[in-house]
Ligand binder design. Sequence first.
Ligand code: CIZ
Length: 317
Amino acid sequence: MSATATPDVAALSQEIRRLAKAKNAVILAHNYQVPEVQEISDHVGDSLGLALEAQKTSADLIVFCGVHFMAESAKILNPEKKVLLPNLAAGCSLADSITAESLSDWKEKYPGRAVVTYVNSTAEVKALSDICCTSANAASVVRSLSTDKILFTPDRNLGRWVASQVPEKDVVIYDGCCPIHDVLRGSNVTRVRDLLPGAVLIAHPECREDIVEMADAVASTTGMMSAVGKFPDAKTFIIATENGIIHQLKKRYPDKEFVVADGCIGCRLNCPYMKCIGLEEVERSLREEVFEVTVDADVAAGARRALERMIAVPRDN
Ligand code: CIZ
Protein backbone atom coordinates (compact mmCIF):
# COMPACT_ATOMS: atom_id res chain seq x y z
CA MET A 1 0.00 0.00 0.00
CA SER A 2 1.33 3.47 -0.78
CA ALA A 3 2.30 5.92 1.99
CA THR A 4 -0.24 8.44 0.66
CA ALA A 5 -3.24 6.10 1.06
CA THR A 6 -6.28 7.71 2.68
CA PRO A 7 -7.49 6.07 5.95
CA ASP A 8 -10.46 4.45 4.13
CA VAL A 9 -8.19 2.88 1.54
CA ALA A 10 -5.84 1.73 4.29
CA ALA A 11 -8.63 0.23 6.42
CA LEU A 12 -10.32 -1.47 3.47
CA SER A 13 -7.04 -2.83 2.19
CA GLN A 14 -6.24 -4.25 5.63
CA GLU A 15 -9.67 -5.87 5.89
CA ILE A 16 -9.31 -7.40 2.41
CA ARG A 17 -5.96 -8.94 3.29
CA ARG A 18 -7.42 -10.24 6.59
CA LEU A 19 -10.36 -11.87 4.79
CA ALA A 20 -8.12 -13.31 2.09
CA LYS A 21 -5.95 -14.97 4.72
CA ALA A 22 -8.91 -16.26 6.75
CA LYS A 23 -10.53 -17.76 3.64
CA ASN A 24 -7.35 -18.99 1.96
CA ALA A 25 -8.15 -16.82 -1.06
CA VAL A 26 -5.82 -15.60 -3.76
CA ILE A 27 -6.54 -12.19 -5.30
CA LEU A 28 -5.55 -11.80 -8.95
CA ALA A 29 -5.63 -8.38 -10.63
CA HIS A 30 -5.25 -7.46 -14.27
CA ASN A 31 -2.75 -4.76 -15.27
CA TYR A 32 -5.72 -2.53 -16.23
CA GLN A 33 -7.28 -2.47 -12.72
CA VAL A 34 -7.25 0.68 -10.56
CA PRO A 35 -3.99 1.12 -8.58
CA GLU A 36 -5.50 0.43 -5.14
CA VAL A 37 -6.87 -2.93 -6.34
CA GLN A 38 -3.51 -3.81 -7.90
CA GLU A 39 -1.89 -2.99 -4.55
CA ILE A 40 -3.99 -5.40 -2.46
CA SER A 41 -3.62 -8.27 -4.93
CA ASP A 42 -1.36 -11.31 -4.66
CA HIS A 43 -0.54 -11.23 -8.36
CA VAL A 44 -0.89 -8.51 -10.99
CA GLY A 45 -0.45 -9.37 -14.65
CA ASP A 46 -2.00 -9.99 -18.03
CA SER A 47 -4.67 -12.59 -18.73
CA LEU A 48 -2.11 -15.25 -19.67
CA GLY A 49 0.03 -14.69 -16.58
CA LEU A 50 -3.03 -14.66 -14.33
CA ALA A 51 -4.46 -17.81 -15.94
CA LEU A 52 -1.15 -19.53 -15.15
CA GLU A 53 -1.25 -18.25 -11.54
CA ALA A 54 -4.81 -19.52 -11.24
CA GLN A 55 -3.67 -22.93 -12.51
CA LYS A 56 -0.96 -23.37 -9.92
CA THR A 57 -2.62 -21.81 -6.88
CA SER A 58 -3.27 -23.85 -3.73
CA ALA A 59 -5.87 -21.31 -2.56
CA ASP A 60 -9.48 -22.46 -2.06
CA LEU A 61 -10.95 -19.26 -3.47
CA ILE A 62 -9.85 -17.18 -6.47
CA VAL A 63 -10.99 -13.53 -6.49
CA PHE A 64 -10.48 -12.29 -10.03
CA CYS A 65 -10.19 -8.52 -10.37
CA GLY A 66 -10.51 -8.16 -14.10
CA VAL A 67 -13.33 -8.69 -16.57
CA HIS A 68 -15.73 -11.59 -16.94
CA PHE A 69 -13.92 -13.58 -19.65
CA MET A 70 -10.76 -13.63 -17.52
CA ALA A 71 -12.56 -14.99 -14.44
CA GLU A 72 -14.28 -17.49 -16.71
CA SER A 73 -10.89 -18.70 -18.01
CA ALA A 74 -9.64 -19.09 -14.42
CA LYS A 75 -12.72 -21.21 -13.66
CA ILE A 76 -12.31 -23.31 -16.82
CA LEU A 77 -8.69 -24.05 -15.92
CA ASN A 78 -9.59 -24.74 -12.27
CA PRO A 79 -13.02 -26.39 -12.26
CA GLU A 80 -12.69 -27.45 -8.61
CA LYS A 81 -12.04 -23.94 -7.32
CA LYS A 82 -14.58 -21.29 -6.45
CA VAL A 83 -13.87 -18.29 -8.69
CA LEU A 84 -15.37 -14.91 -7.79
CA LEU A 85 -15.75 -11.78 -9.93
CA PRO A 86 -16.29 -8.81 -7.57
CA ASN A 87 -18.64 -6.99 -9.98
CA LEU A 88 -20.84 -8.76 -12.52
CA ALA A 89 -20.96 -5.59 -14.61
CA ALA A 90 -17.30 -6.17 -15.55
CA GLY A 91 -17.91 -7.26 -19.14
CA CYS A 92 -15.92 -6.72 -22.34
CA SER A 93 -17.18 -5.07 -25.53
CA LEU A 94 -14.65 -7.00 -27.61
CA ALA A 95 -15.81 -10.34 -26.17
CA ASP A 96 -19.40 -9.29 -26.91
CA SER A 97 -18.52 -8.57 -30.55
CA ILE A 98 -18.67 -12.28 -31.43
CA THR A 99 -21.17 -14.97 -30.41
CA ALA A 100 -21.11 -18.74 -30.81
CA GLU A 101 -23.71 -18.34 -33.58
CA SER A 102 -21.75 -15.74 -35.52
CA LEU A 103 -18.57 -17.82 -35.22
CA SER A 104 -20.41 -20.94 -36.45
CA ASP A 105 -21.69 -18.99 -39.48
CA TRP A 106 -18.22 -17.68 -40.17
CA LYS A 107 -16.67 -21.16 -39.92
CA GLU A 108 -19.21 -22.38 -42.49
CA LYS A 109 -18.21 -19.55 -44.79
CA TYR A 110 -14.50 -20.47 -44.49
CA PRO A 111 -14.44 -24.26 -44.07
CA GLY A 112 -11.21 -26.08 -43.22
CA ARG A 113 -9.46 -23.16 -41.54
CA ALA A 114 -7.98 -23.35 -38.03
CA VAL A 115 -9.81 -20.95 -35.70
CA VAL A 116 -7.52 -18.86 -33.47
CA THR A 117 -9.51 -16.93 -30.87
CA TYR A 118 -8.20 -14.13 -28.70
CA VAL A 119 -8.91 -14.84 -25.02
CA ASN A 120 -11.12 -11.73 -24.99
CA SER A 121 -14.09 -13.94 -25.87
CA THR A 122 -16.78 -15.97 -24.13
CA ALA A 123 -16.34 -19.62 -23.13
CA GLU A 124 -18.87 -20.59 -25.84
CA VAL A 125 -16.75 -18.95 -28.54
CA LYS A 126 -13.54 -20.50 -27.16
CA ALA A 127 -15.22 -23.91 -27.22
CA LEU A 128 -15.76 -23.56 -30.99
CA SER A 129 -12.13 -22.59 -31.56
CA ASP A 130 -9.06 -24.70 -32.24
CA ILE A 131 -6.78 -22.66 -30.04
CA CYS A 132 -6.82 -19.42 -28.03
CA CYS A 133 -4.18 -16.70 -27.92
CA THR A 134 -3.46 -13.56 -25.94
CA SER A 135 -1.70 -10.43 -27.12
CA ALA A 136 1.44 -11.88 -25.48
CA ASN A 137 1.55 -15.02 -27.63
CA ALA A 138 -0.68 -14.45 -30.67
CA ALA A 139 2.06 -14.57 -33.32
CA SER A 140 3.64 -17.69 -31.77
CA VAL A 141 0.24 -19.39 -31.59
CA VAL A 142 -0.44 -18.75 -35.30
CA ARG A 143 3.12 -19.87 -36.19
CA SER A 144 2.70 -23.07 -34.13
CA LEU A 145 -0.21 -24.35 -36.24
CA SER A 146 0.51 -26.94 -38.94
CA THR A 147 -2.04 -25.38 -41.31
CA ASP A 148 -1.45 -22.11 -43.21
CA LYS A 149 -5.16 -21.27 -43.38
CA ILE A 150 -6.27 -19.35 -40.31
CA LEU A 151 -9.46 -17.65 -39.13
CA PHE A 152 -8.55 -15.08 -36.49
CA THR A 153 -11.24 -13.85 -34.09
CA PRO A 154 -12.48 -11.45 -32.83
CA ASP A 155 -10.03 -8.47 -32.79
CA ARG A 156 -9.32 -7.10 -36.27
CA ASN A 157 -6.40 -4.93 -35.10
CA LEU A 158 -4.60 -7.75 -33.29
CA GLY A 159 -5.40 -10.05 -36.22
CA ARG A 160 -3.90 -7.64 -38.73
CA TRP A 161 -0.79 -7.20 -36.59
CA VAL A 162 -0.38 -10.98 -36.24
CA ALA A 163 -0.80 -11.44 -40.00
CA SER A 164 2.03 -8.93 -40.52
CA GLN A 165 4.26 -10.88 -38.11
CA VAL A 166 3.51 -14.25 -39.72
CA PRO A 167 3.31 -13.36 -43.46
CA GLU A 168 3.68 -17.00 -44.52
CA LYS A 169 0.14 -17.72 -43.22
CA ASP A 170 -3.12 -16.79 -44.91
CA VAL A 171 -5.13 -15.10 -42.14
CA VAL A 172 -8.82 -14.19 -42.51
CA ILE A 173 -9.73 -11.70 -39.79
CA TYR A 174 -13.05 -11.19 -37.99
CA ASP A 175 -14.35 -7.61 -37.75
CA GLY A 176 -14.40 -7.02 -33.96
CA CYS A 177 -12.38 -4.56 -31.91
CA CYS A 178 -11.75 -3.19 -28.44
CA PRO A 179 -13.42 0.25 -28.53
CA ILE A 180 -10.95 1.65 -26.00
CA HIS A 181 -7.98 0.95 -28.27
CA ASP A 182 -9.81 1.44 -31.55
CA VAL A 183 -11.01 4.95 -30.73
CA LEU A 184 -7.42 6.17 -30.46
CA ARG A 185 -6.35 7.84 -33.71
CA GLY A 186 -2.93 8.52 -35.19
CA SER A 187 -3.62 12.25 -34.88
CA ASN A 188 -4.10 11.94 -31.08
CA VAL A 189 -0.77 10.14 -30.74
CA THR A 190 1.03 12.52 -33.09
CA ARG A 191 -0.15 15.47 -31.00
CA VAL A 192 1.28 13.89 -27.83
CA ARG A 193 4.50 12.99 -29.65
CA ASP A 194 4.94 16.54 -30.90
CA LEU A 195 4.70 17.78 -27.32
CA LEU A 196 7.28 15.24 -26.12
CA PRO A 197 10.17 15.14 -28.58
CA GLY A 198 12.42 12.11 -27.99
CA ALA A 199 9.72 10.13 -26.17
CA VAL A 200 9.45 6.42 -27.02
CA LEU A 201 6.04 5.23 -28.22
CA ILE A 202 4.95 1.74 -27.11
CA ALA A 203 1.65 0.55 -28.59
CA HIS A 204 -0.60 -2.38 -27.82
CA PRO A 205 -1.43 -4.55 -30.85
CA GLU A 206 -5.16 -3.85 -30.28
CA CYS A 207 -4.42 -0.31 -31.57
CA ARG A 208 -5.22 0.69 -35.14
CA GLU A 209 -2.67 0.08 -37.90
CA ASP A 210 -1.34 3.65 -38.22
CA ILE A 211 -0.49 3.73 -34.50
CA VAL A 212 1.20 0.32 -34.55
CA GLU A 213 3.21 1.48 -37.59
CA MET A 214 4.47 4.63 -35.91
CA ALA A 215 5.35 2.81 -32.63
CA ASP A 216 8.91 2.16 -31.48
CA ALA A 217 7.69 -1.11 -29.92
CA VAL A 218 4.47 -3.13 -30.10
CA ALA A 219 3.71 -5.22 -27.03
CA SER A 220 1.12 -6.74 -24.72
CA THR A 221 0.90 -5.18 -21.25
CA THR A 222 3.48 -7.61 -19.86
CA GLY A 223 5.60 -7.08 -22.96
CA MET A 224 5.49 -3.32 -22.24
CA MET A 225 7.08 -3.92 -18.85
CA SER A 226 10.16 -5.40 -20.49
CA ALA A 227 10.04 -3.19 -23.63
CA VAL A 228 10.74 -0.08 -21.51
CA GLY A 229 14.01 -1.68 -20.35
CA LYS A 230 15.15 -1.90 -23.97
CA PHE A 231 15.36 1.91 -24.19
CA PRO A 232 17.74 2.66 -21.28
CA ASP A 233 18.53 6.20 -22.49
CA ALA A 234 14.90 7.29 -22.90
CA LYS A 235 13.31 9.29 -20.11
CA THR A 236 9.72 9.56 -21.37
CA PHE A 237 7.42 6.88 -22.78
CA ILE A 238 4.09 7.35 -24.53
CA ILE A 239 1.89 4.36 -23.77
CA ALA A 240 -0.90 3.40 -26.19
CA THR A 241 -3.10 1.11 -24.13
CA GLU A 242 -5.59 1.24 -21.24
CA ASN A 243 -4.25 3.59 -18.56
CA GLY A 244 -4.21 1.01 -15.69
CA ILE A 245 -0.82 -0.30 -16.87
CA ILE A 246 0.83 3.02 -15.95
CA HIS A 247 0.75 2.03 -12.24
CA GLN A 248 2.90 -1.09 -12.79
CA LEU A 249 5.21 0.74 -15.20
CA LYS A 250 5.84 3.51 -12.65
CA LYS A 251 6.52 0.97 -9.91
CA ARG A 252 9.03 -0.90 -12.04
CA TYR A 253 10.68 2.22 -13.52
CA PRO A 254 10.33 5.03 -10.93
CA ASP A 255 12.82 7.27 -12.77
CA LYS A 256 10.95 7.23 -16.09
CA GLU A 257 7.94 9.27 -17.12
CA PHE A 258 4.88 7.57 -18.64
CA VAL A 259 2.22 9.45 -20.58
CA VAL A 260 -1.00 7.88 -21.89
CA ALA A 261 -1.06 8.19 -25.69
CA ASP A 262 -4.19 10.36 -25.83
CA GLY A 263 -2.53 12.84 -23.50
CA CYS A 264 -5.44 12.72 -21.10
CA ILE A 265 -5.53 10.12 -18.30
CA GLY A 266 -9.09 9.07 -17.58
CA CYS A 267 -10.45 10.01 -21.02
CA ARG A 268 -10.42 7.68 -23.98
CA LEU A 269 -7.93 5.08 -22.80
CA ASN A 270 -10.02 4.22 -19.75
CA CYS A 271 -12.04 1.02 -19.90
CA PRO A 272 -15.23 1.45 -17.82
CA TYR A 273 -15.49 -2.33 -17.37
CA MET A 274 -11.95 -2.66 -16.05
CA LYS A 275 -12.63 0.20 -13.69
CA CYS A 276 -15.86 -1.09 -12.16
CA ILE A 277 -14.06 -3.03 -9.43
CA GLY A 278 -12.86 -0.99 -6.46
CA LEU A 279 -11.80 -1.94 -2.93
CA GLU A 280 -15.44 -1.98 -1.73
CA GLU A 281 -16.35 -4.57 -4.38
CA VAL A 282 -13.32 -6.73 -3.50
CA GLU A 283 -14.11 -6.59 0.22
CA ARG A 284 -17.75 -7.53 -0.37
CA SER A 285 -16.75 -10.28 -2.76
CA LEU A 286 -14.53 -11.90 -0.14
CA ARG A 287 -16.96 -11.38 2.74
CA GLU A 288 -20.10 -12.64 0.96
CA GLU A 289 -18.31 -14.92 -1.53
CA VAL A 290 -19.95 -13.21 -4.53
CA PHE A 291 -20.22 -13.33 -7.51
CA GLU A 292 -19.43 -16.91 -8.34
CA VAL A 293 -18.46 -17.58 -11.96
CA THR A 294 -19.74 -20.86 -13.39
CA VAL A 295 -19.36 -22.43 -16.83
CA ASP A 296 -21.47 -25.21 -18.32
CA ALA A 297 -19.43 -28.47 -18.21
CA ASP A 298 -19.60 -29.23 -21.97
CA VAL A 299 -18.71 -25.68 -22.92
CA ALA A 300 -15.90 -25.67 -20.33
CA ALA A 301 -14.42 -28.88 -21.76
CA GLY A 302 -14.17 -27.38 -25.27
CA ALA A 303 -12.86 -24.04 -24.01
CA ARG A 304 -10.30 -25.80 -21.76
CA ARG A 305 -8.89 -27.67 -24.75
CA ALA A 306 -8.40 -24.38 -26.67
CA LEU A 307 -6.87 -22.66 -23.61
CA GLU A 308 -4.55 -25.55 -22.77
CA ARG A 309 -3.30 -25.71 -26.35
CA MET A 310 -2.52 -22.00 -26.06
CA ILE A 311 -0.71 -22.38 -22.72
CA ALA A 312 1.63 -24.94 -24.31
CA VAL A 313 2.90 -22.25 -26.74
CA PRO A 314 5.65 -19.90 -25.42
CA ARG A 315 5.00 -16.14 -25.11
CA ASP A 316 6.06 -13.68 -27.84
CA ASN A 317 6.64 -10.91 -25.26
O1 CIZ B 1 -4.31 -10.41 -22.51
C1 CIZ B 1 -4.54 -9.47 -21.76
O2 CIZ B 1 -4.43 -9.52 -20.56
C2 CIZ B 1 -5.02 -8.21 -22.35
C3 CIZ B 1 -6.45 -8.05 -22.53
C4 CIZ B 1 -4.17 -7.28 -22.69
C5 CIZ B 1 -2.72 -7.38 -22.41
O3 CIZ B 1 -1.93 -7.04 -23.28
O4 CIZ B 1 -2.32 -7.77 -21.32
